[in-house]
Design a protein around this ligand. Sequence first.
Ligand code: CA
Length: 230
Amino acid sequence: MKVLIIEDDQATVEMVALAFEFRWPEATLVSTAKGAEGAELVEKESPDVVVLDLGLPDVDGMDVLREIRQFSDVPVIILTGRTEESAIVRGLEWGADDYVTKPFDAMVLLARVKNVLRRTQMPELRGDQGRIAGDRLFIDLAARRVTVDGNPVALTATEWKLLSELVRNEGRVVSQERLAERLWGENAVEVASTIRSYIARLRTKLGDHPQAPKIILTEYGSGYRFVRPK
Ligand code: CA
């Protein structure tokens, strides 16, 4: 469990950190006071949940949210002193999963986080489903583990979503529209070139051939297909 806190008020950061450590002692916390660093940290750290303040000194929290939603559907909980309904509605419309207003109760925040995680986490995998063991490539979706020649491969949150969607549909074509929806939500504006570059990065990380792939195949005009490696 990794938590990213984007908040400039140190006392609030400490209170949120304490709350998480109380409920999830193994949680790792990453925080920044700068909105400009927020999206960057989402990409770099692949947090399981983001707590986002709206009143940040450099960039408005709403803009940070919008930036995050361009590439990630990590659960985001807005923590804000703004209580106007319009600000809250806008936050939810732009893809926040929930909000808590300040002054806040740590137990309420934790309850909201638990709810959001329950709503957004993938359904449990059964038995061997999601386990791929080839000569060189090993994938275990449930354990969130990928290795190539025994070396662990680090994937970003977006790459994980992409890979799990493809592996879950092993042998079948997954359309670009479906992948875009999985990555950026129902209202995603599908951008074929963006998906193509994510696929290219994923192939490189999995040791697949970029020009003549054997694991993630391109089905021209329709989408991508995951083939179990030998
Ligand atoms: Ca603030």
